[in-house]
Design a protein around this ligand. Sequence first.
Ligand code: AMP
Length: 579
Amino acid sequence: MRFAKLVDCLARLEKTTKRLEMTAALAELFKGASEEDIAPIIYLTQERLGPAFAPIDFGIGDALAAQALAKASGKTIDAIKKQYKTKGDYGTVAENLLKQNDGSKLTVKKVYDQLMQIATTSGEGTVEKKTDLLADLLNKLSGAEARYLLRIPLGRLRLGIGDPTVMESLSWSKTGDKSLRAPIERAYNVCSDLGEVARIFKADGVDALEKIQVKVGNPVRMALAERAKSSEDVVTRLGKCAIEPKYDGLRAQIHKDGDRVRIYSRNLEETTEMFPDIAEGVRKQFKAKTAILEGEALAVDTETGDYLPFQMTTQRKRKHGIAESQAKLPLKLLAFDLLYADGKDVTRVGYQERHALLDKLIARGETLEVAEQLVTQDAKLIEKFFMEKIEHGLEGIMAKRLDSPYQAGARNFNWMKLKRSYQGHLTDTVDGVVVGYLRGRGMRARFGIGALLVALYDDQQDKFVTVAKIGTGFSDEEWPQMRALLDKIALDHPHARVEAVMEPDVWVEPKYVIEMQADEITRSPIHTAGKIDDEPGYALRFPRVKGFIRADKKPEDATTVAEILRMFKKQGSQRTENE
Ligand code: AMP
């Protein structure tokens, strides 16, 4: 196909915002394309040289465009820049400068190949070479062609052709309607490459798309979850199902091919470089030679081993200083699904079986763990699991249909998410009494103290009831000081006025008051503040200590249960819906 034909279509698309007209124009273009042209056409209309997951940078910015235009038109850079200032777009400048050029005979393939050559030029004198190649290309094009050509690498087409429009147009190009959209979409969900899907569709027809299978190295568009209203809702829809914690981190799809490991984010961007610890963990701990697995990447507190909040995990999503941030915030991968292993596509195998296979393939180690699971159809047990997870600072739970296949790119009731539906923000601080401490893991094990068990005062019953396990806020100097003070008041049993479900390593007399800041108050079955019979108590979410000991306060001056209940209610009235 001539490049001019693609340009005609782009000009048509530019004039409309109506989806149906866009679909018709694209369908016509696709109809006229050969097997060889179709993928380049799709990539170029989406301002790319390949699928989104394997970005090939054009390496053409404004400066290079200006230089190439100067070269192609014989004008000075200053003159080009002046025109750009008035027109605001190098495409229009190019059209104006090259309007006397004849229409070209270049094919789409030739233009694509030359852009690819520009993109892959490297080494000494790169800028020179790229400029020459672009100027040469521009000189072979008519003004209108140059206008659109230049807009492609500069990301200035502004046509809004999304994947759904391309898929629908492909269907229209064969049948005049959208009836083939579903098989096209299935194929796309599995391989994430619309150019490749279109090529197969063009060459061998819709039935050939069936044969597209998951492949190591091609990210698979990820399965998503529907919302659940409650534990009962989960049981009604799924019956006996697998319940897992909903870890609050970053979705990772991992492709392993021997020692080559690639990691993709939820939107299929490659993030391997950012997470070398996960890649290394997979190399060390994953027993299959080739595999595609999924899980949630989560930052952990090196001292307590606790999962850290999402905001901390996202700090790992940066391109610089990776080694330092890796040391400060190591990641764990909580694996939950397996799509492919040792040459076998297992996406059609039921979830429970995939999960079991996954479990078998993970060797013990520091980085990879299989997601915890509870298989049940008892709404009460689901509720209990949910409460426990919330208490541990997680977002909620995921419920999965036991016999469900992995449905790439689909959001349906095979997976359901049940989240804490509201999120508040606690501005008040809370004063608590230390009633025990935990020894802690990792770095903090050397202090022999890693977290405090803290209680509120129940003035009705004159008791101390726990509200938080707190491991953040003290410095490396303060932890040993705290331990020395607490060891002096240690007990070998809980103090008679202390009521707790959680067991610390060392109980202490309720004596020292500390001030805490938290994100919000949540309900929790493992804390006793406000707990009545089987009902859960109240707890602080993401608590951290402010200052050291409040020497001015007695234990009975700590925040009371009645106050926490008022704060919880107030928080409720200020809540905004999370999603
Ligand atoms: P949402 O982003 O709220 O739609 O919830 C879905 C996301 O939860 C997934 O994309 C994962 O990143 C995350 N997630 C956390 N834990 C799990 C789990 N056990 N199974 C599946 N997804 C999980």
